[in-house]
Design a protein around this ligand. Structure first.
Ligand code: DPP
Ligand code: ZN
Length: 858
C-alpha cells in the first residue's frame, strides 16, 4: 500500500456544490443512485478527468449529463471519468449487500437495522465520490424501504418530505450545511426515541431524539440530560449555538469507535448511550456524558470548521477532546477530571510516544488513516491546545477560538490556521510553539533545586527524545506552573508560570531562609515527564499539604513509582525497602484520615501507579518483576493500614446510593479498599467482596466486588461469576463487563480463563465491543499477557490474524501491545517479535494491520 504524505496536498480540481442520493434500502441489497453536480474548482489546477474514490464497489451504471460519458475507467478501486466542460451532472448507480459488511465501514446491517460509518474513508464504500474532507457538498437524500422492517428513516439535516407506497415508505432529508462526505449518515430501523427539546440562546427550538431498540428506552435519560447540558455549556463557555431544528442520536451495538459526529445525526456505540444504576458503573455514566459532549461539540469543532486533509485530524480531535474535558470538569470535579485525563495520557499516550508507533500530533505520512485515530492525535492534541490556553488565560484563549470560528466557518482548515487564529486572538507569539505539532516524543524535563543564602534556584533542562524518522529535535516551549513552599509555614506565596523554551534555563526566587519545597508542573500544565531530584520527605509533605490537588496526586504517585522503580532495578536493600514503605504508608494514612478531602479525590490519592506507567520509567522493563513488586507494595500497605482501611470501608459503606460526588466517591473508595485487602488478606477480602456483591444496589459496587473476587481463589468466585452472568444474560454491555473483568483479573490462571472465554457461545469476532472486552482487557493484564513463555503474545497474534479479514480497523488496534518489545526484557522481546513477524508473513493482510505491524517491527 502506498504512503500518503502531508506535503503532497493539492486542492481537488472539482467542486461538488450539490449531491443527491436515492437509497432503495434492503438488509441484503441496497441500491444507491447518486447524482453529483460537478464544476471546475477555480482555485485548483485544471484536470481533464475527475477521480471518484471507491472501495470494493461494483458500478451498476454511470451517466454524464443524462447520457453516456466521453470516457471512464476503473483505476484500482476508483472511478475516473473524463469531463470536457466546466460543469457536468454525473449519475452513478451502485449496489451493496449491507449484511455482508463486517468491516462496519460504509453502510452495514447491525441487529436488523441499517446504519453507516463514513469517517474516515467509509463513504467510498457506498458510492463513488471524492472522499476527502476538503470537498464540501450540500446533500439531499431520499430513502425508501419496507415500512415494517424500517419504520424509522433518518439522515442528516431536516426531514423535508415523506410518503407511502404499498408496503414501503420513504423520507426525504435535506442538510442545508455543506459538509464533507465523512459526515454523511443514514439510519433505517425499528427504533424508538426519547424526545426532548432545547431552546438555543438565539431562540431556536431544537427537537432532540435519542433512538434506541425498544427495550432500551428507560436507559436513555442520562444521555438526553447530558446532551442538553452540552448544548447549554457550549453556548456559555465557547459561545457556540446549535444550527439545525433537529438533533438525533442513534445507538448501535456494532460499532468500531465510541461514537460519530455526523451532522445532525450522531451515531453512537450503545456503550456511550445506555445507562441506569443497575447496569452502568459511575465510570460508564461519566463516559456517556463525556462522549455525548464530545460529539456534540464537534458540530462546531469539526463540522462547521472541518479538516483540509486527514493530517489535520488533531485540529478537530485535539480541540474537541479539550472541549469535552473542560465540560466534564465543569459538570463534576475539576481536579479529579484532570487526574483521570492525565492518567489516560500517561498510561496510553506516553507509551505510544516512546515506541515504534510514535508520531507527531500532526503526522507527516500514513498508509491507512484509521491507524492515526490515536491517543497522540486525541489526548496529546488536547494537551497541546490546553498549553496555549494556560499561557493565554481562559479569557484571551476564548478570543482566539472566537476568531478561529469566525475566520474559518464553512471551511476545511489546517492546524496552522488554528494556531494562527489563537496567536492573533490572544496576542501570544506561537512561532516556536508550533514545534509541538511537528515533533513527536514526550519531552523530559530534569529539575534541580539549589539553595544558597536566601535564594532558591530552579534549574530546568529539557530533552526531546528521538522518535522514528525524527532523530534531531529542537527545544520546545514548556509552560510549567510552579510554587515554592516555605518549610516552616507549610505555605507558598503564589503560583508562577515559567516557560522553559531553551535546552536549559535557571529561575531564581528570593526570600527563603530554609531550602523550600518545590511543587512543579502543577495541574499538569505541560505534557512532559518530570525528572526531579526530590526527597521522600518532601514528597510526603506535598502529598499531604500541596494546595494543588493534582500536585498532591503527583506526589503520591511519585512516592510509589520511585519505590517500585528502585525495587525492580534491584538497587534496594531491606533497610531501604522498609524505610520507603514506611514513608508511603505514612502518606497514605494521612490521605485516609484527611477530613478535608472528599472521597472522590481521596480515591485518586489512593490509586497505585499503573504497571505501564512504572514500566515507562525504565529503559527496559521486566513485566513480571514490576507486577510482583507492585502487588507486594499493595499487600504491605493493606497490612500496615488494615485498621484505617477498615474504618474507611465501614464509613463509606453507609453512604446511600446517589449519583452525586459523595455517592460516587464512597463507591470508588470502597472498591479500592477491597483491592488492597485482596493483596494483604485474601480470605477477608473475599468475604467482604461477596457481601458487597450480594448487597449491591448498583453496578459500581457489584462490578467492583466481582472484579476483586475474580482475582482470588475463593469459594465465592465461581458462584458470583455465574450469578452475574445469569442476572444480566442478554444485556450485551453488561456481558462485556463479565468478559472484561475475567480477562483483566489478577487470578494466576487468567490466561486460561481467556482461552475458555474465547470459546464461550457469547463470544463473537463480529462485535467490536465483545472482542475488545475480552482481548483489550487481556492485553492490559500484565500477568496474563506477559507470561514468560510468550503464550499471551501468541494468543494476541492469533486473534489479529483471525480478526483481520473480518474487521481490519479493529484488528489493527491490537498490534500496539506487541509493539512494545523494544522496551521489554530480552526473553519476552524476542517472543513478541516472533508474534509480529508471524502476522507480517500472513499472505493477505489488510492495509491497517500491515502498516501497524511493519512499523512495530521497526
Ligand atoms: N467519532 C470519532 C470521534 O468523535 C471520530 N471523529 O472522535
Ligand atoms: Zn472526536
Amino acid at each position: 500500500p502506498p504512503v500518503i504524505r502531508r506535503e503532497d496536498y493539492t486542492p481537488f480540481p472539482w467542486l461538488i456544490p450539490a449531491t443527491r442520493m436515492e437509497f432503495e434500502l434492503g438488509l441484503e441489497k441496497t441500491r444507491i443512485t447518486t447524482t453529483l453536480n460537478v464544476e471546475r474548482n477555480p482555485d485548483a489546477a485544471a484536470s481533464p478527468t475527475i477521480r471518484l474514490n471507491g472501495d470494493g464497489l461494483a458500478l451498476v451504471s454511470l451517466a454524464c449529463d443524462g447520457g453516456s460519458c466521453d470516457g471512464h475507467m476503473i483505476d484500482g478501486d476508483d472511478l475516473v471519468v473524463t469531463l470536457p466542460g466546466d460543469r457536468h451532472v454525473l449519475t452513478i448507480v451502485t449496489e451493496l449487500d449491507p449484511s455482508d459488511n463486517s468491516q462496519l465501514m460504509g453502510l452495514y446491517a447491525s441487529n436488523g437495522m441499517l446504519c453507516t460509518q463514513c469517517e474516515a474513508e467509509g463513504f467510498r464504500r457506498i458510492t463513488f465520490f471524492p472522499d476527502r474532507p476538503d470537498v464540501l457538498s450540500t446533500y439531499t437524500v431520499r430513502m425508501r424501504g419496507p415500512r415494517a422492517q424500517f419504520p424509522v428513516l433518518l439522515c442528516n439535516g431536516n426531514r423535508v418530505a415523506t410518503g407511502e407506497d404499498g408496503n414501503s415508505h420513504w423520507a426525504e432529508w435535506h442538510d442545508p450545511w455543506p459538509k464533507p462526505s465523512y459526515l454523511f449518515a443514514l439510519v433505517a430501523g425499528d427504533l424508538v426515541a426519547r424526545t426532548d427539546h432545547f431552546t438555543t440562546m438565539g431562540g431556536r427550538e431544537v427537537e432532540l431524539n435519542v433512538y434506541v431498540r425498544e427495550g432500551d428506552l428507560d436507559r436513555t435519560e442520562h444521555a438526553m440530560e447530558s446532551l442538553k447540558r452540552s448544548m447549554q455549556w457550549d453556548e456559555e463557555v465557547f459561545g457556540r449555538e446549535y444550527d439545525l431544528d433537529l438533533f438525533n442520536i442513534v445507538a448501535v451495538s456494532d460499532f468500531n469507535m465510541g461514537a460519530m459526529e455526523n451532522k445532525g445525526l450522531n451515531v453512537f456505540n450503545t456503550k456511550y448511550v445506555l445507562a441506569d444504576p443497575e447496569t452502568a458503573t459511575d465510570g460508564d455514566y461519566d463516559g456517556v456524558e463525556g462522549v455525548i459532549g464530545h460529539e456534540y461539540f464537534h458540530n462546531w469543532s469539526g463540522n462547521r470548521v472541518t479538516c483540509r486533509d486527514w493530517f489535520q485530524l488533531s485540529l478537530k480531535e485535539g480541540f474537541t477532546v479539550l472541549r469535552d474535558q473542560l465540560f466534564s470538569a465543569d459538570m463534576g470535579s475539576e481536579p479529579v477530571k484532570r487526574i483521570e485525563d492525565v492518567r489516560v495520557l500517561r498510561g496510553v499516550q506516553f507509551p505510544e510516544d516512546s515506541g515504534p508507533l510514535a508520531h507527531p500530533i500532526r503526522p507527516d505520512s500514513y498508509r491507512e488513516i484509521s491507524n492515526f485515530y490515536t491517543s497522540t492525535v486525541y489526548n496529546k492534541g488536547a494537551e497541546v491546545i490546553r498549553m496555549m490556553r494556560t499561557m493565554a488565560g481562559a479569557e484571551r484563549f476564548r478570543r482566539g477560538t472566537d476568531l478561529y470560528f469566525d475566520r474559518h466557518d464553512g471551511e476545511a482548515a489546517t492546524c496552522e490556521d488554528f494556531v494562527a487564529a489563537i496567536e492573533a486572538g490572544t496576542g501570544l507569539d506561537l512561532t516556536q510553539f508550533r514545534l509541538w505539532y511537528a515533533q513527536a516524543g514526550t519531552p523530559k524535563v530534569a529539575v534541580t533545586l539549589a539553595h544558597e543564602g536566601d535564594t532558591a534556584r530552579v534549574k530546568l533542562t529539557q530533552t526531546v527524545p528521538a522518535t522514528p524518522g525524527q532523530g534531531d529535535k529542537h527545544p520546545m516551549p514548556i509552560p510549567l506552573k510552579l510554587a515554592l513552599f516555605d518549610r516552616a509555614s507549610g505555605t507558598h506565596s503564589g503560583e508562577q508560570l515559567v516557560v522553559l523554551d531553551k535546552d536549559s534555563a535557571e529561575f531564581t526566587f528570593d526570600g527563603f531562609a530554609q531550602r523550600p519545597i518545590l511543587s512543579i508542573n502543577r495541574t499538569f500544565s505541560a505534557p512532559v515527564s518530570i525528572d526531579r531530584d526530590v526527597s521522600r520527605e518532601d514528597l510526603v509533605f506535598l502529598a499531604a499539604k500541596d494546595d494543588d490537588p493534582f500536585a498532591r496526586y503527583e506526589a503520591m504517585q511519585e512516592l510509589m513509582t520511585g519505590h517500585l522503580v528502585a525495587a525492580v532495578s534491584g538497587e534496594m536493600d531491606d533497610g531501604e525497602r522498609e524505610a520507603a514503605r514506611t514513608d508511603i504508608a505514612q502518606a497514605m494514612r494521612a490521605v485516609i484520615e484527611d477530613d478535608q478531602l472528599d472521597d472522590l479525590m481521596r480515591g485518586e490519592l489512593m490509586v497505585m501507579p499503573g504497571q505501564t506507567y512504572v514500566a515507562e520509567q525504565l529503559l527496559v522493563a521486566d513485566p513480571g518483576r514490576i507486577h510482583a513488586e507492585r502487588e507486594a507494595l499493595k499487600a504491605d500497605l493493606g497490612t500496615r493500614l488494615a485498621a484505617q482501611f477498615e474504618a474507611l470501608y465501614e464509613r463509606t459503606g453507609k453512604v446511600p446510593f446517589s449519583l452525586d460526588a459523595q455517592g460516587k466517591g464512597a463507591r470508588k473508595v470502597k472498591t479500592l479498599v477491597l483491592a488492597y485487602a485482596a493483596a494483604s488478606d485474601p480470605a477477608k477480602a473475599a468475604e467482604l467482596a461477596a457481601h458487597q456483591y450480594d448487597g449491591a444496589d448498583n453496578m459500581t459496587d457489584r462490578q467492583g466486588a466481582l472484579m476483586v473476587l475474580a482475582g482470588l481463589d475463593s469459594a465465592a468466585r465461581t458462584g458470583k461469576l455465574l450469578d452475574f452472568y445469569n442476572r444480566y444474560a442478554g444485556n450485551a454491555l453488561v456481558i462485556d463487563k463479565w468478559f472484561a473483568l475475567q480477562a483483566s483479573s489478577l487470578h494466576p490462571h487468567a490466561i486460561e480463563h481467556v482461552k475458555a472465554l474465547r470459546e464461550h457461545p457469547d463470544f463473537t469476532l463480529k462485535n467490536p465491543n465483545r472482542v475488545r472486552s475480552l482481548y483489550m482487557a487481556f492485553a492490559a493484564n500484565p500477568q496474563a499477557f506477559h507470561g514468560a513463555d510468550g503464550e499471551g503474545y501468541r494468543m494476541l497474534a492469533d486473534l489479529i490474524l483471525e480478526l483481520d479479514p473480518i474487521n481490519a480497523q479493529t484488528a489493527a488496534r491490537f498490534v500496539p501491545p506487541l509493539g512494545r518489545w523494544q522496551r521489554i526484557e530480552e526473553g519476552r522481546a524476542k517472543l513478541m517479535r516472533e508474534a509480529l513477524e508471524r502476522i507480517a508473513k500472513a499472505p493477505k493482510l489488510s492495509r491497517d494491520t500491515y502498516e501497524q505491524v511493519t512499523r512495530s517491527l521497526g
